[in-house]
Design a protein around this ligand. Sequence first.
Ligand code: ADP
Ligand code: ASP
Ligand code: MG
Length: 402
Amino acid sequence: MELYVQKFGGSSMRDAERVRNVAKIVTKTWDQNKNVVVVVSAQGDTTDDLIAKANELNPKASKREMDVLLSTGEQISISLLAMTIEGMGYPVKSFTGWQAGFLTDSTHSNARIRNINKQRIENELQKRTIVIVAGFQGVNRYDDITTLGRGGSDTSAVALAAVLHADRCQIYTDVDGVYTADPRIVKNAVKLGAISYDEMLELASLGAQVLHNRSVEMAKRYNVDLEVLSSLEKKPGTIIKEDASVEKMIIRGVAKDANVARISLVEVPDQPGIAFKVFSILASKKINVDIILQSIGRDGTKDITFTVAKDHLEETVEVLNANRDKIGHKEVLTDDQVAKVSIVGAGMESNPGVASKMFEALYSANINIQMISTSEIKVSVLIDINDAKRAVVAIHDAFYNN
Ligand code: ADP
Ligand code: ASP
Ligand code: MG
């Protein structure tokens, strides 16, 4: 019997009407003689609301306690969906992440899945039970609750699809597929029928929140047949697969990431080993650094500028200042009013002039570039956060309307 994993995000689960709608999609799939494992996220803005509640009481709460709190959002969703489906007369059971066997590492708030003990789910599927699993959560080896990072329910779904060898993993959301840019920002964005794992991974990593980047990484590794589609409109979505070169486009998409902050280490000694020191200190604290820029040395000193995720800004500055003796910087400057805008496309490698076209679009829109970074299949720029939406539209226009 075919097995489908279907994931429904917060917007698809927002209120009673939407939960009923999800129940309809799930039971319809079951009626078509398929087994179904459903993964759900917290309803609407529940996760943000829980974070706000925590901040009221302790803005510096430990990540362990934050995970205990945030995991409750998904538990509300699984039970509500299960009782709705129950009411429709179908066999159904809900499971928290730990009941479903999700074992993760101990990186609270951003844990990685280590293993899924799938026995319980498989037993239920054999009985034709509709299995509903809370996304975004697991336990570490001490049985402490962990969460997988914002947007992590997508990764729960793909991981389940991989271990259960599902025939398809469907990510239902509030848009009907993956577009060349966020359709909420760019009105004439184009829906992609298909996109390769690699391009989707870049888009997701660069801020296209429609899929959690780790879910794409995992789908690629385990060759999971992945589809993004709408829970509100019945139409084909976007397929993510190994080779999607059918559509000949140089640029596959434009992405924006506002979860970025810029940090400058001013006047560090201009000697070998300084960059190594700075970035190994940050790596040991599990702080991910993205774009890096180093100035030419002058009078024995230079500046090193780099970006980190906004929620790591405070911690990064603390770590840098705690290591001032080792690094030798004069001061640390920060700016969290920045955003990263990127273009992605596997066709870029063989098409010179792509980057300059992007820069021209920004110039024409009078948007200043603070930093640039490139790879074979992407170009990213760091700009003022207030210019970000305009930049996405201008760049998208330059590539798609000519
Ligand atoms: P869910 O609650 O279903 O997980 P998300 O809000 O996480 O939904 O992701 C869906 C959103 O991703 C869309 O509403 C859209 O605004 C945004 N998005 C950003 N970039 C893209 C893109 N390239 N294609 C489609 N949607 C995108
Ligand atoms: N509820 C979590 C979040 O808001 C996980 C998810 O939506 O995938 O980040
Ligand atoms: Mg999401």
